[in-house]
Design a protein around this ligand. Structure first.
Ligand SMILES: Nc1nc2c(ncn2[C@@H]2O[C@H](COP(=O)(O)OP(=O)(O)OP(=O)(O)O)[C@@H](O)[C@H]2O)c(=O)[nH]1
Ligand SMILES: [Mg+2]
Length: 474
Protein backbone atom coordinates (compact mmCIF):
# COMPACT_ATOMS: atom_id res chain seq x y z
CA UNK A 1 0.00 0.00 0.00
CA UNK A 2 1.14 3.50 -0.73
CA UNK A 3 1.48 5.14 2.66
CA UNK A 4 1.14 8.61 1.29
CA UNK A 5 4.66 9.95 1.67
CA UNK A 6 3.54 12.79 -0.59
CA UNK A 7 4.67 10.70 -3.50
CA UNK A 8 7.51 8.28 -2.87
CA UNK A 9 10.87 9.92 -3.48
CA UNK A 10 13.89 7.89 -4.27
CA UNK A 11 16.28 10.40 -2.84
CA UNK A 12 19.28 8.41 -3.97
CA UNK A 13 18.45 8.73 -7.61
CA UNK A 14 18.16 12.50 -7.94
CA UNK A 15 20.56 15.41 -7.40
CA UNK A 16 19.69 17.32 -4.23
CA UNK A 17 20.12 20.77 -2.71
CA UNK A 18 20.52 21.15 1.08
CA UNK A 19 18.69 24.03 2.74
CA UNK A 20 19.55 25.23 6.20
CA UNK A 21 17.79 28.02 8.06
CA UNK A 22 19.60 29.48 11.05
CA UNK A 23 17.02 30.68 13.47
CA UNK A 24 19.45 32.01 16.03
CA UNK A 25 22.69 33.85 15.46
CA UNK A 26 24.53 30.88 16.87
CA UNK A 27 27.26 30.17 14.35
CA UNK A 28 28.95 27.29 16.12
CA UNK A 29 25.73 25.33 16.42
CA UNK A 30 24.52 26.16 12.93
CA UNK A 31 27.82 25.11 11.35
CA UNK A 32 27.70 21.81 13.19
CA UNK A 33 24.13 21.35 12.08
CA UNK A 34 24.94 21.97 8.41
CA UNK A 35 27.93 19.62 8.54
CA UNK A 36 25.72 17.02 10.11
CA UNK A 37 23.01 17.41 7.48
CA UNK A 38 25.71 16.94 4.86
CA UNK A 39 26.92 13.76 6.61
CA UNK A 40 23.35 12.49 6.92
CA UNK A 41 22.74 13.13 3.22
CA UNK A 42 25.95 11.29 2.30
CA UNK A 43 25.01 8.40 4.55
CA UNK A 44 21.63 8.20 2.82
CA UNK A 45 23.43 8.04 -0.53
CA UNK A 46 22.15 11.41 -1.71
CA UNK A 47 24.10 13.28 -4.40
CA UNK A 48 24.38 16.81 -3.00
CA UNK A 49 24.83 19.44 -5.72
CA UNK A 50 24.37 22.61 -3.70
CA UNK A 51 23.73 24.16 -0.30
CA UNK A 52 21.61 27.18 0.55
CA UNK A 53 21.71 28.88 3.93
CA UNK A 54 19.54 31.56 5.40
CA UNK A 55 19.39 33.51 8.63
CA UNK A 56 15.96 34.36 9.94
CA UNK A 57 14.61 35.55 13.25
CA UNK A 58 11.67 33.17 12.88
CA UNK A 59 10.39 30.79 10.22
CA UNK A 60 7.94 32.28 7.74
CA UNK A 61 4.62 30.47 8.13
CA UNK A 62 3.64 29.35 4.68
CA UNK A 63 6.96 28.28 3.17
CA UNK A 64 9.30 28.41 6.18
CA UNK A 65 11.82 30.48 4.22
CA UNK A 66 11.11 33.98 2.88
CA UNK A 67 9.58 34.66 -0.52
CA UNK A 68 12.83 35.93 -2.00
CA UNK A 69 14.64 32.88 -0.73
CA UNK A 70 12.04 30.59 -2.29
CA UNK A 71 12.72 32.24 -5.66
CA UNK A 72 16.47 31.97 -5.15
CA UNK A 73 16.13 28.29 -4.25
CA UNK A 74 13.91 27.64 -7.26
CA UNK A 75 16.50 29.22 -9.55
CA UNK A 76 19.27 27.23 -7.89
CA UNK A 77 17.38 23.96 -8.37
CA UNK A 78 16.78 24.78 -12.05
CA UNK A 79 20.40 25.70 -12.63
CA UNK A 80 21.80 22.63 -10.90
CA UNK A 81 19.04 20.33 -12.26
CA UNK A 82 18.25 19.37 -8.66
CA UNK A 83 15.12 17.30 -8.16
CA UNK A 84 15.09 17.23 -4.36
CA UNK A 85 15.45 19.91 -1.65
CA UNK A 86 16.41 18.65 1.80
CA UNK A 87 15.64 21.03 4.69
CA UNK A 88 17.63 20.88 7.91
CA UNK A 89 14.55 22.06 9.76
CA UNK A 90 11.37 20.27 10.64
CA UNK A 91 8.62 21.31 8.22
CA UNK A 92 4.86 21.17 8.64
CA UNK A 93 2.98 19.11 6.02
CA UNK A 94 1.41 22.27 4.59
CA UNK A 95 4.82 23.95 4.28
CA UNK A 96 6.08 21.00 2.30
CA UNK A 97 3.07 21.33 -0.01
CA UNK A 98 3.65 25.04 -0.57
CA UNK A 99 7.36 24.57 -1.14
CA UNK A 100 6.87 21.72 -3.60
CA UNK A 101 4.43 23.84 -5.56
CA UNK A 102 6.75 26.83 -5.66
CA UNK A 103 9.95 24.92 -6.34
CA UNK A 104 8.67 22.11 -8.56
CA UNK A 105 10.98 19.65 -6.78
CA UNK A 106 10.45 17.09 -4.02
CA UNK A 107 10.90 18.54 -0.54
CA UNK A 108 11.89 16.48 2.48
CA UNK A 109 13.03 17.50 5.93
CA UNK A 110 15.70 16.28 8.33
CA UNK A 111 13.37 13.87 10.14
CA UNK A 112 12.37 12.19 6.93
CA UNK A 113 16.01 11.90 5.87
CA UNK A 114 16.89 10.18 9.16
CA UNK A 115 13.90 7.88 8.83
CA UNK A 116 15.07 6.99 5.35
CA UNK A 117 18.55 6.07 6.64
CA UNK A 118 17.08 3.98 9.41
CA UNK A 119 14.77 2.23 6.96
CA UNK A 120 17.72 1.26 4.78
CA UNK A 121 19.89 0.16 7.67
CA UNK A 122 17.45 -1.84 9.76
CA UNK A 123 18.43 -5.49 9.66
CA UNK A 124 16.78 -7.04 12.71
CA UNK A 125 13.03 -7.60 12.69
CA UNK A 126 12.76 -5.39 15.76
CA UNK A 127 14.53 -2.48 14.08
CA UNK A 128 12.50 -2.93 10.89
CA UNK A 129 9.24 -2.80 12.83
CA UNK A 130 10.40 0.21 14.81
CA UNK A 131 11.26 2.11 11.65
CA UNK A 132 8.10 1.15 9.85
CA UNK A 133 5.97 2.30 12.78
CA UNK A 134 7.86 5.58 13.01
CA UNK A 135 7.46 6.16 9.29
CA UNK A 136 3.74 5.49 9.37
CA UNK A 137 3.26 7.72 12.39
CA UNK A 138 5.34 10.42 10.82
CA UNK A 139 3.63 10.37 7.45
CA UNK A 140 0.04 9.83 8.59
CA UNK A 141 -0.51 13.51 9.43
CA UNK A 142 0.69 14.37 5.95
CA UNK A 143 -2.12 12.45 4.28
CA UNK A 144 -4.52 15.37 4.52
CA UNK A 145 -2.09 17.73 2.88
CA UNK A 146 -1.39 15.20 0.19
CA UNK A 147 -5.00 14.58 -0.70
CA UNK A 148 -6.00 18.20 -0.68
CA UNK A 149 -3.06 18.87 -2.94
CA UNK A 150 -4.17 16.09 -5.25
CA UNK A 151 -7.67 17.56 -5.31
CA UNK A 152 -6.23 20.80 -6.62
CA UNK A 153 -3.91 19.39 -9.23
CA UNK A 154 -6.48 16.99 -10.65
CA UNK A 155 -9.11 19.68 -10.71
CA UNK A 156 -11.23 17.62 -8.33
CA UNK A 157 -13.84 19.03 -6.02
CA UNK A 158 -12.40 21.67 -3.70
CA UNK A 159 -11.52 20.16 -0.37
CA UNK A 160 -12.06 22.26 2.68
CA UNK A 161 -13.77 22.22 6.03
CA UNK A 162 -17.16 20.55 5.81
CA UNK A 163 -16.81 19.30 2.26
CA UNK A 164 -16.35 15.71 1.37
CA UNK A 165 -14.72 15.62 -2.03
CA UNK A 166 -13.22 12.47 -3.47
CA UNK A 167 -9.93 13.31 -1.76
CA UNK A 168 -11.64 13.49 1.61
CA UNK A 169 -13.21 10.04 1.21
CA UNK A 170 -9.93 8.57 0.08
CA UNK A 171 -8.29 10.20 3.08
CA UNK A 172 -10.70 8.42 5.43
CA UNK A 173 -10.05 5.08 3.76
CA UNK A 174 -6.30 5.62 3.89
CA UNK A 175 -6.48 6.61 7.53
CA UNK A 176 -8.27 3.40 8.41
CA UNK A 177 -5.76 1.31 6.46
CA UNK A 178 -2.87 3.08 8.15
CA UNK A 179 -4.41 2.57 11.58
CA UNK A 180 -5.02 -1.14 11.00
CA UNK A 181 -1.49 -1.59 9.76
CA UNK A 182 -0.07 0.31 12.72
CA UNK A 183 -2.04 -1.87 15.16
CA UNK A 184 -0.69 -5.02 13.55
CA UNK A 185 2.92 -3.82 13.55
CA UNK A 186 2.68 -2.64 17.15
CA UNK A 187 1.37 -6.04 18.26
CA UNK A 188 4.24 -7.87 16.59
CA UNK A 189 6.79 -5.42 17.99
CA UNK A 190 5.23 -5.72 21.44
CA UNK A 191 5.85 -9.48 21.45
CA UNK A 192 9.49 -9.11 20.42
CA UNK A 193 10.02 -6.39 23.00
CA UNK A 194 8.49 -8.38 25.82
CA UNK A 195 10.85 -11.26 25.07
CA UNK A 196 13.87 -8.95 24.85
CA UNK A 197 12.85 -7.22 28.04
CA UNK A 198 12.85 -10.53 29.93
CA UNK A 199 16.31 -11.31 28.55
CA UNK A 200 17.67 -7.93 29.61
CA UNK A 201 16.38 -8.27 33.16
CA UNK A 202 17.65 -11.81 33.48
CA UNK A 203 21.08 -10.76 32.24
CA UNK A 204 21.11 -8.01 34.82
CA UNK A 205 20.28 -10.50 37.56
CA UNK A 206 23.06 -12.85 36.57
CA UNK A 207 25.85 -10.52 35.49
CA UNK A 208 27.34 -7.13 35.96
CA UNK A 209 26.22 -5.23 32.86
CA UNK A 210 27.88 -2.26 31.15
CA UNK A 211 26.36 -0.36 28.22
CA UNK A 212 28.15 1.64 25.54
CA UNK A 213 26.13 4.68 24.53
CA UNK A 214 26.97 7.81 22.59
CA UNK A 215 26.51 9.97 19.56
CA UNK A 216 26.42 8.25 16.20
CA UNK A 217 29.93 7.61 14.78
CA UNK A 218 31.58 8.10 18.21
CA UNK A 219 33.28 4.69 17.99
CA UNK A 220 31.03 2.50 20.15
CA UNK A 221 31.13 -0.55 17.88
CA UNK A 222 34.88 -0.23 17.32
CA UNK A 223 35.39 -0.18 21.09
CA UNK A 224 32.94 -3.03 21.57
CA UNK A 225 34.83 -5.17 19.06
CA UNK A 226 38.10 -4.40 20.78
CA UNK A 227 36.85 -5.25 24.28
CA UNK A 228 34.88 -8.38 23.41
CA UNK A 229 35.17 -11.10 20.86
CA UNK A 230 33.42 -8.62 18.61
CA UNK A 231 30.97 -9.07 15.81
CA UNK A 232 29.55 -5.55 15.74
CA UNK A 233 29.46 -3.68 12.44
CA UNK A 234 31.64 -0.57 12.67
CA UNK A 235 31.96 1.93 9.84
CA UNK A 236 32.56 5.59 9.16
CA UNK A 237 28.85 6.12 8.60
CA UNK A 238 26.09 7.62 10.66
CA UNK A 239 23.84 5.01 12.23
CA UNK A 240 26.02 2.04 11.31
CA UNK A 241 24.45 0.20 14.24
CA UNK A 242 20.68 -0.03 14.66
CA UNK A 243 20.20 -3.03 16.94
CA UNK A 244 21.78 -4.09 20.20
CA UNK A 245 24.59 -6.58 20.66
CA UNK A 246 25.76 -8.10 23.91
CA UNK A 247 29.04 -9.95 24.52
CA UNK A 248 31.22 -10.90 27.44
CA UNK A 249 34.00 -8.49 28.41
CA UNK A 250 36.93 -9.87 30.40
CA UNK A 251 38.00 -7.41 33.05
CA UNK A 252 40.95 -9.41 34.35
CA UNK A 253 41.37 -11.75 37.34
CA UNK A 254 38.62 -14.04 36.11
CA UNK A 255 36.04 -11.25 36.30
CA UNK A 256 33.75 -10.52 33.42
CA UNK A 257 30.96 -8.10 32.64
CA UNK A 258 28.36 -8.23 29.90
CA UNK A 259 28.89 -5.33 27.51
CA UNK A 260 26.22 -4.01 25.14
CA UNK A 261 26.59 -1.92 21.98
CA UNK A 262 23.61 -0.10 20.59
CA UNK A 263 22.16 2.54 18.26
CA UNK A 264 23.80 5.97 18.38
CA UNK A 265 22.08 9.23 19.28
CA UNK A 266 21.80 12.39 17.21
CA UNK A 267 20.60 15.89 18.00
CA UNK A 268 16.96 16.55 17.16
CA UNK A 269 16.17 12.89 16.62
CA UNK A 270 12.63 12.67 15.27
CA UNK A 271 10.57 12.04 18.36
CA UNK A 272 8.70 9.13 16.80
CA UNK A 273 12.04 7.42 16.46
CA UNK A 274 12.97 8.06 20.09
CA UNK A 275 9.71 6.42 21.12
CA UNK A 276 10.21 3.50 18.78
CA UNK A 277 13.81 2.91 19.77
CA UNK A 278 13.29 3.19 23.49
CA UNK A 279 13.13 -0.59 23.72
CA UNK A 280 16.40 -0.92 21.82
CA UNK A 281 17.97 1.19 24.52
CA UNK A 282 16.67 -1.04 27.28
CA UNK A 283 20.11 -2.58 27.86
CA UNK A 284 21.45 0.89 28.54
CA UNK A 285 18.54 1.78 30.81
CA UNK A 286 18.92 -1.38 32.86
CA UNK A 287 22.72 -1.55 32.92
CA UNK A 288 24.77 -1.31 36.11
CA UNK A 289 27.08 1.24 34.53
CA UNK A 290 26.72 3.45 31.46
CA UNK A 291 29.86 4.11 29.40
CA UNK A 292 29.44 7.28 27.35
CA UNK A 293 31.64 7.09 24.25
CA UNK A 294 32.47 10.57 22.97
CA UNK A 295 34.42 11.43 19.82
CA UNK A 296 36.63 13.93 21.61
CA UNK A 297 38.33 14.81 18.33
CA UNK A 298 35.09 16.08 16.78
CA UNK A 299 34.52 19.82 16.70
CA UNK A 300 30.98 19.28 17.89
CA UNK A 301 32.01 17.11 20.85
CA UNK A 302 30.39 19.49 23.37
CA UNK A 303 27.03 19.45 21.61
CA UNK A 304 27.26 15.68 21.19
CA UNK A 305 27.95 15.19 24.88
CA UNK A 306 24.98 17.38 25.77
CA UNK A 307 22.70 15.48 23.41
CA UNK A 308 23.76 12.14 24.86
CA UNK A 309 23.22 13.13 28.48
CA UNK A 310 19.84 14.63 27.58
CA UNK A 311 18.70 11.46 25.83
CA UNK A 312 19.96 9.31 28.72
CA UNK A 313 17.92 11.36 31.17
CA UNK A 314 14.93 11.23 28.86
CA UNK A 315 14.95 7.44 28.50
CA UNK A 316 15.38 6.97 32.23
CA UNK A 317 19.00 5.78 32.33
CA UNK A 318 19.78 8.07 35.22
CA UNK A 319 20.18 5.91 38.31
CA UNK A 320 23.46 4.14 37.55
CA UNK A 321 26.99 5.59 37.48
CA UNK A 322 28.22 7.01 34.16
CA UNK A 323 31.80 7.03 32.92
CA UNK A 324 32.74 9.46 30.16
CA UNK A 325 35.19 8.00 27.63
CA UNK A 326 37.10 10.59 25.58
CA UNK A 327 37.58 8.45 22.48
CA UNK A 328 39.70 8.97 19.35
CA UNK A 329 42.51 10.50 21.42
CA UNK A 330 44.90 9.25 18.75
CA UNK A 331 43.54 11.69 16.20
CA UNK A 332 43.12 14.83 18.29
CA UNK A 333 46.04 16.50 16.60
CA UNK A 334 45.18 15.73 13.02
CA UNK A 335 41.44 16.36 13.41
CA UNK A 336 41.37 20.05 14.11
CA UNK A 337 43.64 22.62 15.73
CA UNK A 338 41.91 25.62 17.31
CA UNK A 339 42.69 29.03 15.84
CA UNK A 340 45.32 29.97 18.42
CA UNK A 341 47.20 26.76 17.57
CA UNK A 342 47.12 25.31 21.08
CA UNK A 343 45.01 22.20 21.50
CA UNK A 344 43.80 22.12 25.09
CA UNK A 345 40.65 20.14 24.41
CA UNK A 346 41.61 17.08 26.46
CA UNK A 347 42.69 19.21 29.43
CA UNK A 348 39.43 21.13 29.19
CA UNK A 349 37.41 17.93 29.22
CA UNK A 350 39.35 16.61 32.20
CA UNK A 351 38.71 19.87 34.05
CA UNK A 352 35.01 19.65 33.22
CA UNK A 353 34.64 15.92 33.97
CA UNK A 354 37.56 14.96 36.25
CA UNK A 355 36.85 11.24 36.23
CA UNK A 356 36.65 10.97 32.43
CA UNK A 357 38.95 8.40 30.80
CA UNK A 358 40.88 9.36 27.63
CA UNK A 359 40.94 6.32 25.34
CA UNK A 360 41.44 5.21 21.78
CA UNK A 361 39.42 2.28 20.52
CA UNK A 362 41.90 1.99 17.66
CA UNK A 363 45.27 2.06 19.48
CA UNK A 364 43.99 0.61 22.75
CA UNK A 365 45.16 3.59 24.82
CA UNK A 366 43.41 3.86 28.19
CA UNK A 367 41.53 0.57 27.92
CA UNK A 368 43.33 -1.03 30.91
CA UNK A 369 42.31 1.90 33.07
CA UNK A 370 38.76 1.58 31.79
CA UNK A 371 38.65 -2.12 32.72
CA UNK A 372 40.07 -1.34 36.17
CA UNK A 373 37.43 1.34 36.73
CA UNK A 374 34.59 -0.93 35.72
CA UNK A 375 36.00 -3.77 37.83
CA UNK A 376 36.10 -1.47 40.85
CA UNK A 377 32.45 -0.55 40.27
CA UNK A 378 31.57 -4.18 39.80
CA UNK A 379 33.15 -5.21 43.08
CA UNK A 380 31.67 -2.28 44.91
CA UNK A 381 32.97 -1.37 48.30
CA UNK A 382 35.23 -4.17 49.68
CA UNK A 383 35.43 -5.58 53.24
CA UNK A 384 37.34 -8.38 54.93
CA UNK A 385 35.15 -11.07 56.47
CA UNK A 386 34.93 -14.80 57.18
CA UNK A 387 32.55 -16.84 55.04
CA UNK A 388 31.61 -20.32 56.18
CA UNK A 389 30.23 -22.66 53.52
CA UNK A 390 29.35 -26.33 53.27
CA UNK A 391 31.78 -28.14 50.95
CA UNK A 392 28.79 -29.02 48.82
CA UNK A 393 28.58 -25.35 47.81
CA UNK A 394 31.13 -26.10 45.09
CA UNK A 395 30.06 -23.31 42.72
CA UNK A 396 30.27 -20.63 45.36
CA UNK A 397 33.67 -21.84 46.61
CA UNK A 398 34.89 -21.88 43.03
CA UNK A 399 33.62 -18.30 42.49
CA UNK A 400 35.46 -17.12 45.59
CA UNK A 401 38.71 -18.89 44.79
CA UNK A 402 38.74 -17.46 41.28
CA UNK A 403 37.57 -13.92 41.78
CA UNK A 404 38.25 -12.82 45.32
CA UNK A 405 41.53 -12.59 47.24
CA UNK A 406 41.33 -15.41 49.85
CA UNK A 407 43.57 -14.66 52.87
CA UNK A 408 42.99 -17.88 54.85
CA UNK A 409 41.30 -21.26 54.46
CA UNK A 410 40.18 -23.47 57.33
CA UNK A 411 38.37 -26.78 57.04
CA UNK A 412 36.18 -27.67 59.98
CA UNK A 413 35.21 -31.13 61.27
CA UNK A 414 31.58 -30.75 60.24
CA UNK A 415 32.46 -30.65 56.52
CA UNK A 416 32.61 -26.90 56.09
CA UNK A 417 35.21 -24.51 54.82
CA UNK A 418 35.88 -21.10 56.35
CA UNK A 419 37.40 -18.57 53.97
CA UNK A 420 38.77 -15.23 55.09
CA UNK A 421 38.20 -13.05 52.04
CA UNK A 422 38.37 -9.48 50.90
CA UNK A 423 35.09 -9.23 49.08
CA UNK A 424 33.13 -6.53 47.30
CA UNK A 425 29.56 -5.86 48.28
CA UNK A 426 28.24 -6.60 44.83
CA UNK A 427 30.13 -9.86 44.66
CA UNK A 428 28.67 -11.03 47.95
CA UNK A 429 25.19 -9.96 46.83
CA UNK A 430 25.71 -11.82 43.57
CA UNK A 431 26.65 -15.01 45.43
CA UNK A 432 23.62 -14.77 47.67
CA UNK A 433 21.20 -14.00 44.85
CA UNK A 434 22.67 -17.05 43.06
CA UNK A 435 21.41 -19.16 45.96
CA UNK A 436 24.70 -19.81 47.78
CA UNK A 437 24.17 -20.78 51.44
CA UNK A 438 26.75 -19.53 53.92
CA UNK A 439 27.31 -17.57 57.08
CA UNK A 440 29.07 -14.21 57.06
CA UNK A 441 31.20 -13.48 60.17
CA UNK A 442 29.15 -16.15 61.97
CA UNK A 443 25.83 -14.48 61.13
CA UNK A 444 23.13 -15.63 58.72
CA UNK A 445 24.24 -14.34 55.33
CA UNK A 446 21.85 -11.41 54.86
CA UNK A 447 22.32 -10.27 58.43
CA UNK A 448 26.10 -10.46 57.95
CA UNK A 449 25.80 -8.44 54.74
CA UNK A 450 23.89 -5.74 56.59
CA UNK A 451 26.40 -5.59 59.40
CA UNK A 452 29.30 -5.21 56.94
CA UNK A 453 27.52 -2.50 54.94
CA UNK A 454 24.97 -0.99 57.28
CA UNK A 455 22.14 0.81 55.51
CA UNK A 456 22.19 4.61 55.85
CA UNK A 457 20.37 5.79 59.01
CA UNK A 458 17.34 7.00 57.09
CA UNK A 459 16.54 6.13 53.52
CA UNK A 460 16.41 9.11 51.17
CA UNK A 461 12.89 9.83 49.90
CA UNK A 462 12.21 7.80 46.78
CA UNK A 463 11.41 9.91 43.78
CA UNK A 464 8.75 8.56 41.44
CA UNK A 465 10.52 7.47 38.33
CA UNK A 466 9.28 5.18 35.64
CA UNK A 467 12.35 2.96 35.77
CA UNK A 468 12.95 2.68 39.46
CA UNK A 469 12.57 -1.04 39.15
CA UNK A 470 15.92 -1.04 37.37
CA UNK A 471 17.67 1.02 40.05
CA UNK A 472 21.16 -0.24 40.77
CA UNK A 473 21.76 -1.58 44.24
CA UNK A 474 25.31 -0.30 44.49
N1 LIG B 1 41.18 7.36 14.78
C1 LIG B 1 40.24 6.71 15.45
N2 LIG B 1 39.10 6.33 14.79
C2 LIG B 1 38.15 5.68 15.49
C3 LIG B 1 38.30 5.38 16.88
N3 LIG B 1 37.17 4.74 17.29
C4 LIG B 1 36.38 4.63 16.19
N4 LIG B 1 36.96 5.18 15.11
C5 LIG B 1 36.39 5.27 13.74
O1 LIG B 1 35.16 5.98 13.81
C6 LIG B 1 34.22 5.48 12.84
C7 LIG B 1 32.91 5.12 13.50
O2 LIG B 1 33.11 4.02 14.34
P1 LIG B 1 31.91 3.09 14.84
O3 LIG B 1 32.53 2.17 15.86
O4 LIG B 1 31.15 2.49 13.72
O5 LIG B 1 31.00 4.17 15.56
P2 LIG B 1 29.60 3.94 16.33
O6 LIG B 1 29.64 4.82 17.54
O7 LIG B 1 29.38 2.49 16.57
O8 LIG B 1 28.58 4.53 15.28
P3 LIG B 1 27.00 4.21 15.05
O9 LIG B 1 26.83 2.73 15.05
O10 LIG B 1 26.75 4.83 13.75
O11 LIG B 1 26.26 4.89 16.14
C8 LIG B 1 34.93 4.28 12.20
O12 LIG B 1 35.47 4.72 10.97
C9 LIG B 1 36.03 3.92 13.17
O13 LIG B 1 37.14 3.32 12.56
C10 LIG B 1 39.50 5.82 17.55
O14 LIG B 1 39.72 5.62 18.75
N5 LIG B 1 40.42 6.47 16.78
MG1 LIG C 1 27.90 1.27 15.96
Amino acid sequence: METGRHGEVDIRAEPAVLVSVRLRDDDADADASVRELQALAETAGVRVVGTLEQRRAAPRGKTYIGKGKVEELAAMCRELSAKVAIFDNELAPSQIQELEKALAVKVIDRSELILDIFANRATTRQAQLQVEIAQLEYTAPRLRAMWSHLGQVTGGAPVGVGTRGPGEQQLEIDRRIVKAKLDKLRRELGEIEARRSREVLQRREEHFTAALVGYTNAGKSTLFNRLTRGGAFAADKLFATLGTRVEQWNLGGGNAAMLSDTVGFIQRLPHHLVASFRATLEDAIASHVVLIVLDASDRSALMQHETVTEVLDEIGASTQPRILLLNKCDRMRESWIPEDGADRRLEEWMARVPDAVPISAVTGQGLDELAARVLALMKGDTRTCVLSLALSEGRAVDFLEKRVPVRERRWTDDGRVELTVEIGRRQLEQLLSGGARMTVDGLPAHEGLRSLWPPPPRAAPVRERPHDSFAVGE
